[in-house]
Design a protein around this ligand. Structure first.
Ligand code: SF4
Length: 481
């Protein structure tokens, strides 16, 4: 493939980018703890017993670091000293590998990859821009990307997931959109619309230097994308990353590309990640009764929310032992909304390898979120509960407790799934699936024997034909050449 040549406008923007280095004081792996070489301030993060249990698994097929590399930042550690949920978020646990059931490619993501590192779903593209983050959440559903595991593709080949590259991705977007435009707004074969929005993801794009983030943003803007999202947990891991140099880059980008929308998709699981606690363990209050933020996180959030063209949205999974707590979720939704952050999605866990260690039963999650939203104002309680089916994003819309008279299988009530977005076909939105309740269910499989009504086709799902995706991608590139 020919080298990528930026346009004049793109190059002029790229030339303005400052590229400072960030001192996150990252602790990588368990070795510094095993060897008693972790910095003094962090040494006590694991107890002797915890370290002995983890060391005993080293090199075995239950080695937790093989499943997911261990990593944390100094900022996160300091807050986690006063927070068990935060510790659980990054702390390796021998129980993670007790049951390794689960998928190496949750959501069958690779079925939707027309070029390496790009997933094309709905009207959106998702890019694997980087394969690491400043710290690693133990429950991450991209563990196969972060730990660089080989993943079996649908065509039977086995390879690590590759990262996206600007020339391939922009060529694909331009080719797809050209065909859609020539066909009156829909792709003649797939029915999909313009690829108008791209999510920079990974890993965490904020782990990249500004010049790489900026290069992606400008290239996507030049390729005709209307809106860019960036998914990040850096507000929690190292909020100082959202510094003057980053904000100046964003301002310069907006000046060069004023029509491009930008959404910062942040990821807080628990309010302990940004609120200050007193010695009594309670959140500290401002004089007006609102809760006090950590000053670094407050500055970072204000930096982005003060730019009216940047929308900031929080989304997070509900994970066992971390945020399966209605009171914490209520505090978080309220504090975030007050700071100008929208509550977008909460997610049920995915069927990643070792998901049994992390996932909370689906019906419990629905109840937790519902409880947490009691007492919130309408605008604070916007978040929905989503579970990502292979077919697309699905809402857990309702869980009932009463039987439906005359309908077998509803004796304990029902759960209603609703398709939010079918990965391939927009018109499926709103279709529902009703199943009899199973309070222990942590994944769709656990409802297989109790489907009552399924216009959404969640339980009658055939995987996307990978070869078709590849042939379409090749045809699109050829047609645009
Ligand atoms: S920040 Fe996101 S991508 Fe990174 S480890 Fe956590 S969940 Fe995974």
């Amino acid at each position: 493939m020919a080298a990528y040549v930026p346009t004049e406008r793109e190059q002029a923007f790229r030339d303005t980018i400052e590229n400072p280095k960030y001192e996150r004081e990252i602790i990588n792996g368990l070795k510094p703890f095993f060897d008693d070489k972790a910095p003094d301030a962090i040494k006590g993060f694991y107890s002797k017993n915890e370290l002995a249990a983890l060391l005993a698994l080293k090199g075995t097929d239950r080695d937790v670091e093989n499943r997911m590399p261990v990593k944390m930042t100094r900022h996160f550690y300091e807050l986690a000293q006063h927070s068990i949920p935060m510790q659980q978020l990054v702390k390796a646990n021998p129980d993670e590998t007790l049951n390794l059931a689960g998928s190496e490619d949750p959501g069958h993501q690779m079925d939707f990859a027309p070029v390496e590192g790009l997933l094309h779903k709905y009207e959106m593209g998702l890019l694997y821009a980087v394969s690491t983050c400043s710290a690693h959440c133990r429950f991450c559903y991209r563990e196969e990307l972060i730990s660089q595991k080989e993943v079996e593709r649908q065509d039977g080949t086995v390879a690590k997931k590759g990262l996206a590259k600007i020339p391939e991705v922009t060529d694909y977007i331009k080719a797809h959109n050209k065909i859609v435009a020539a066909n009156g707004g829909r792709h003649p074969d797939t029915g999909r619309e313009k690829l108008r929005e791209v999510l920079l993801s990974g890993g965490d794009p904020m782990a990249l230097p500004n010049r790489k983030i900026g290069a992606w943003m400008a290239a996507l803007a030049e390729a005709g994308v209307e809106s860019i999202r960036l998914g990040t947990k850096e507000m929690s891991f190292h909020p100082k990353r959202f510094d003057a140099a980053f904000l100046a880059m964003m301002d310069n980008f907006h000046a060069a590309y004023p029509d491009i929308g930008f959404r910062l998709m942040i990821h807080f699981n628990h309010p302990d990640e940004f609120l200050l606690k007193g010695d009594d363990g309670e959140y500290q209050q401002n004089p007006n009764g609102s809760l006090m933020w950590h000053p670094d996180t407050k500055e970072a959030i204000e930096g982005v929310t003060s730019r009216g063209w940047i929308n900031v949205e929080n989304q997070a999974p509900i994970i066992k032992g971390i945020n399966d707590d209605a009171d914490a979720l209520r505090v978080m939704q309220r504090a975030l909304y007050r700071a100008g952050v929208n509550n977008h999605y909460f997610f049920c866990g995915r069927d990643i390898v070792a998901y049994r260690h992390f996932n909370v039963p689906i019906e419990t999650v629905w109840n937790l979120l519902n409880e947490s939203q009691k007492g919130l104002s309408g605008v604070e309680a916007h978040a929905r509960l989503s579970i990502t089916h292979y077919k697309g994003k699905t809402e857990v819309a309702a869980v009932t407790s009463e039987p439906i008279p005359g309908v077998p299988g509803t004796e304990n009530g029902v759960l209603i799934f609703k398709i939010l977005r079918n990965a391939l076909d927009a018109p499926d939105r709103g279709k529902t699936c009703i199943v009899g309740r199973n309070p222990d269910a942590i994944w769709f499989d656990d409802y297989e024997d109790r489907v009552i009504y399924d216009e959404a086709g969640l339980f009658d799902y055939a995987r996307v034909d990978k070869k078709t995706v590849e042939i379409e991608a090749a045809a699109e590139l050829a047609a645009s050449a």
